[in-house]
Design a protein around this ligand. Structure first.
Ligand code: MOS
Length: 779
């Protein structure tokens, strides 16, 4: 595997993870490693029906089982309050509080919890809880006549030009219906909450990507002030979006601890991970594209429908004017968002619809909506290229969006053309025989496929704090999470660079709501948000040191402004004469200080399409919302971009599909750590191969029970399925934030499924519009 990065982009090429040693030696404590004296354990009982009510609960046998301390059901749980709706929770709405009534809205919903001395005793007793139900009629599939589509609560629908007229007049049209299945995130780390009460304060360790959101929900549930709840998540065993919302089990762990007056740990089992922490919705998309004979797009119509959960049915409406609107109860899932921004096309309509089913709650999952939307769009563009007899890359370049199509504004930066060029070179696209089935390797049919990616940039507000001590070391902190992506490392690098310290002199702390407020590790936006905050905070800290030195007649830095100094080796020096300077330690000593601290923050990126928060708030709050967000959003459209190339082999007799090669080229702005960014793209690519070939959460159509809720039944791509992945980065630092970052957390997954499906078509002539691509579709 190889990687190139333009040298100017690189800050710390290949810096190893600063937390790598802690992780491999077991010294990094994940929530499931947390153990407190006198800790008890909770186990959950789940509904075995998808709709109806609990008719009878008998907990006597469970309560009498060895080691059992409490059995909690809706009959004795007491009142848990609904979380207040904040801006944050419009994106990540809390599910309804657990164990509040007898109503069942999905299979796997919690109906009881057992607390016992050991996890084994809790699990054994949980099996003794007897529940009978009055069954209702569940709505389980999109095909069910009772499944009624509703409009997207986020109102990302858009319309430009006149699609109907353009379609009628068009020389060429293609259309298709694309389907994608429900998926489950399956982070390796079992989601765990460890909860402890000290009087009226609650401390939890939690598997989350969004500790401040968990804090808000826990505080609301138990009627506490937020400062009386502390959420810690220094290590999280993966998230993929499952940790963006807060989940009922976290509330239940705290409830268990309050009930038995002891610390309690609650770890989800793998099957519970399939019903308790969200799933990627299944989708159906109708897409129609019209073009001229020479390949100019004239119209696109895209309608996407995704599933939503009855467990999130919206509350009664009508919020008072200028207060936050009612949270829709479902997370943001923008299926058609990429279609509106990816290509220069004058006439576009896009509609997102949702259908509420008796299924577990929905969660965003890596590249939510955008991955599915991209599969449809990039597949149908490939079909169009065959209709036109045009090279698929040429077709995309002919419709290159030089400006952001919805607004006509210039992109903050865009190197998608370079993605295609570099990718085509590295892949050897020129060797492609255009005709279907023309390339062979022995009995294998060989196919080449390509897909482009335009991925929304998102960056939220973030705060940080930085301190330099007399020993010349720095501590930088913010209450963000590192879900395995490398946040500890990248933030250490950024702080070390600005402060002019070696990496070994900087400690970065995160994963604690007592630290400055940080946004979720999600939306591919944390590196931009937190990195900008760390940058700004460290600049502010240098300024504090300089303020002391500049006013000091004994300092060689007297009279210097920040533009006049350089920071290196723990020392500030004059830019015009680096022999003249002072170390941080010297400045502290001279002023009789042990340490200096600075607080800082970053706002939403100037380069932000604002599509997520902006359009959402604007649409839900009308003109007030537009005023609220307009100043900081939608001023400069921004996105990450990519080109994905796949070579596949298909056995024409057996229908077996193998991925031979992937080339993935990304414009993510400045790449702070080439090794970690490359890991992100590789991880996203593996997820994309899973999406193309394996992953689907299958529910029994009669009962709604997840039928493949184990890692042996839910297939993910494993080493044997993953070929050589060639990762390259192009582009330049983005001007939208001080560190030049656009984010690479999700863009690597998008485009992979379409590139593979397009390669399958090239090899076989089969146009697969339904994921995953399985053997039966290729026979
Ligand atoms: Mo990602 S779905 O923003 O964790």
């Amino acid at each position: 595997m190889t990687t190139t990065v333009a040298a100017a982009l690189l800050l710390g090429p290949g810096v190893d993870r600063v937390d790598g040693r802690l992780k491999v030696t077991g010294a990094a404590h994940y929530p499931s490693d947390v153990s407190w004296p006198d800790m008890a354990h909770a186990a959950l009982v789940r509904s075995t029906i998808a709709a109806g009510t609990i008719a009878r609960l008998d907990t006597a046998r469970a309560a009498a089982a060895p080691g059992v301390l409490a059995v909690i059901t809706h009959q004795n749980a007491g009142r848990l309050h609904k979380a207040k709706r904040t801006l944050q929770q419009i994106l990540y709405p809390p599910p309804p509080p657990p164990l509040q009534d007898a109503k069942i809205s999905h299979h796997g919903q919690y109906v009881a919890m057992v607390v016992a001395e050991t996890p084994q005793q809790a699990a054994a007793a949980a099996r003794l809880v007897e529940v009978s139900y009055d069954r209702g009629q569940p709505v389980l599939t999109l095909e069910d006549a009772a499944a009624k589509p509703g409009s997207n609560p986020y109102l990302t629908d858009m319309k430009r030009g006149n699609v109907t007229a353009a379609m009628e007049a068009a020389e060429v049209t293609v259309e298709g219906t694309f389907t994608t299945p429900a998926q489950t995130h399956n982070p390796l780390g079992p989601f765990t909450t460890v909860a402890r009460w000290d009087g009226g304060t609650l401390t939890v360790y939690d598997s989350t990507q969004n500790p401040f959101n968990v804090r808000a929900v826990l505080a609301a549930s138990f009627g506490l002030a937020e400062e009386n709840v502390r959420v810690l998540s220094p290590y999280v065993g993966g998230g993929f979006g499952a940790g963006l919302r807060s989940w009922p089990h976290s509330i239940l762990a705290a409830l268990a601890a309050r009930t038995v007056k002891r610390p309690v740990r609650l770890s989800l089992t793998r099957p519970q991970m399939f019903t308790g922490i969200g799933q990627r919705p299944s989708t159906v998309q109708h897409l129609k594209i019209a073009a001229t004979r020479d390949g100019k797009l004239v119209a696109i119509d895209h309608e996407g429908t995704s599933t939503a959960s009855m467990a999130a049915a919206p509350p009664a409406r009508k919020a008072p004017l200028q207060s936050l609107p009612p949270a829709p109860g479902d997370p943001y899932f923008p299926l058609t968002i990429g279609t509106t921004a990816a290509y220069a096309c004058p006439n576009v309509t896009a509609r997102d619809k949702r259908v509420r089913l008796n299924i577990p709650p929905i969660a965003m999952m890596r590249a939510p909506g955008e991955a599915e939307g991209n599969f449809a769009l990039e597949s149908l563009l490939d079909e169009l290229s065959y209709e036109l007899g045009m090279d698929p890359i040429e077709l995309r370049l002919r419709n290159y969006a030089e400006v952001h199509p919805p607004t006509g504004l210039p992109w903050s930066s865009k190197a998608l053309r370079e993605c295609y060029q570099v990718g085509a070179d590295r892949f050897g696209w020129a060797r492609r025989e255009p005709a279907v089935g023309a390339m062979r390797d022995g009995r294998w049919l060989v196919g080449y496929g390509v897909a482009g990616v335009t991925f929304t940039h998102y960056q939220a507000r973030c705060q940080a704090r930085a301190t330099i001590r007399r020993d010349g070391t720095a501590r930088v902190a913010s209450g963000a999470t590192d879900i395995g992506t490398g946040t500890y490392t990248v933030m250490t690098q950024l702080a070390a660079e600005v402060l002019g310290l070696g990496l070994d002199r900087v400690t970065f702390e995160l994963g604690d709501t007592r630290l400055p407020r940080a946004p979720e590790a999600g939306g591919s936006g944390l590196t931009a948000a937190l990195g900008s905050a760390v940058h700004n905070t460290c600049v502010a800290l240098v300024q504090r040191f300089l303020a002391l030195a500049a006013a000091d007649s004994g300092s060689p830095l007297q009279g210097c402004a920040i533009e006049d100094v350089v920071a290196s080796d723990g020392r500030l020096a004059r830019g015009d004469d680096e022999s003249r300077g002072q170390t941080y330690a010297e400045i502290l000593e001279r002023h009789g200080l042990d340490e200096l601290t600075a607080d800082g923050d970053s706002g939403p990126s100037r380069a932000d399409t604002g599509v997520i928060v902006g359009s959402l708030v604007a649409s839900r709050l009308g003109r007030f919302g537009r005023t609220l967000v307009g100043a900081s959003h939608a001023t400069v459209p921004a996105g990450a971009f990519g080109a994905r190339f796949a070579e596949v082999r298909v056995d024409p007799e057996l229908g077996a599909l193998q991925i031979a090669r992937i080339v993935s080229v990304t414009d993510g702005g400045r790449i702070i750590n080439e090794k970690l960014a490359r890991s992100q793209i590789i991880g996203g690519t593996v997820g994309g191969i899973g999406m193309a070939m394996f992953e689907q959460t299958i529910s029994d159509p009669g009962s709604g029970r997840v039928a493949n809720a184990t890692l042996s039944d839910y297939l993910v791509a494993v080493n044997a399925d993953v070929p050589d992945i060639d990762v390259a980065f192009v582009g330049e630092p983005d001007p939208g934030n001080p560190i030049g970052v656009k984010g690479v957390g999700e863009v690597g997954l998008a485009g992979i499924a379409a590139a593979i499906a397009n390669a399958v078509h090239h090899a076989t002539g089969r146009r697969i519009r339904s994921l995953p691509i399985t053997i039966d579709q290729l026979l």
